[in-house]
Design a binder for this molecule. Structure first.
Ligand SMILES: Nc1nc(=O)c2c([nH]1)NC[C@@H]1CN(c3ccc(C(=O)N[C@@H](CCC(=O)O)C(=O)O)cc3)C=[N+]21
Length: 298
């Protein structure tokens, strides 16, 4: 039995952030201001607060401005829509991220629809979804784009490979399938109703697990040598000390004995998500100001 190479998303994210920082410095010189990312957080979910703090810190570290807006959990939806409108019109704001999930009394689709698609650095607006589906330039959701970057770094061309995406969310599964199709993979999207999931997964050269079920994908589901991208971030109670630990949607111990390469959790896809957000923001800044940028370097 072989041991898979570990795909170091944390290290790759660092190199991407260094390229973003170069582009941000060049932008600032030409525009006479730093590029800016606005992050909106509604409510006090502790995990969301940690993510938002990390995003803000890394935005500043790349030489961009970070604008954080916090609304109380019981804020009226109209207040959030008014804030989005204000950020759409603010020339210092190049990218806007509204942290999801929103409180239940808010309509996520309505809030996303209110974003200026050209500032929608999450790529969630239907205009960007349509652009991705038709191959037009737009913004691509950060997590799937980060996964494709890791795959191309690992494998070179993905053309002709069999890819199975497990999960069909708007945020990961569906855009992931579109990106793999654009890379000329043969793409299968599996989900909770898929019959004989293990047999479907066993055909794949590339497996992307994005279901939110801790350690669901096991080594004996994999074709030997397959490349495995684990999007899951599940906090589970640790056996002994009452603390918790992070695990993915893949059972790392058994999968890494069969796979050719695999992303760890933590340290795999998660760090890429934030780095791609910064990448999308500096791309938005250049596009919206009509400044040239070689996006292939990012
Ligand atoms: N509009 C919107 N866009 C998002 O991109 C978005 C969102 N809402 N809501 C919440 C999720 C979650 N998310 C993560 C980003 C980085 C890590 C990350 O860096 N994870 C580290 C571990 C972090 C830890 O230790 O908890 C890792 O996997 O190595 C995780 C999760 C972005 N999200």
């Amino acid at each position: 039995m072989t041991t898979a190479s570990i795909i170091d998303g944390k290290a790759f994210a660092e190199t991407l952030r260094a390229r973003v920082a170069d582009a941000a410095a060049s932008f600032a010189q030409q525009a006479g201001r730093n590029a800016g990312l606005a992050v909106v957080l509604v409510g006090e979910d502790p995990a969301s607060q940690v993510y938002v703090r990390n995003k803000g810190r890394q935005t500043l570290a790349c030489g961009m401005e970070s604008f954080e807006h916090k609304l109380p959990a019981d804020a009226p939806e109209a207040d959030l829509l008014a804030l989005v409108e204000q950020l759409n019109g603010d020339p210092a704001v190049d990218g806007i991220l509204v942290q999801l999930p929103l409180p239940r009394h808010m309509d996520e689709a309505k809030v996303i629809a209110a974003l200026n698609p050209d500032k929608d650095v999450d790529g969630f607006h239907v205009v960007n979804v349509g652009r991705l589906a038709t191959g037009a330039p737009g913004f691509v959701p950060c997590t799937p784009l980060g996964c494709v970057m890791l795959l191309k770094d690992q494998l070179g061309s993905l053309s002709g490979l069999d890819a199975v995406v497990i999960g069909r969310s708007n945020i990961v599964g569906k855009p992931m399938a579109q990106l793999l199709l654009a890379e000329s993979c043969t793409v299968t999207v599996a989900h909770s109703r898929t019959r004989d999931l293990a047999d479907v997964v066993r055909r794949a050269d590339i497996v992307v697990a994005a279901v939110g079920r801790p350690e669901m994908v096991r080594g004996d589901w994999l074709k030997p040598g397959a490349t495995v991208i684990d999007v899951g971030i599940n906090r589970v109670p640790a056996a002994e000390d009452g603390k918790s630990r992070l695990v993915g949607d893949v059972d790392f111990a058994s999968a890494s004995a069969v796979a050719g390469a695999i992303t760890p959790v933590p340290g795999g896809v998660g760090p890429m998500t934030i780095a791609v957000l910064l990448r999308n923001t500096i791309v938005a800044a250049h596009r919206n100001m009509g400044l040239a940028l070689d996006e292939t370097l990012l």
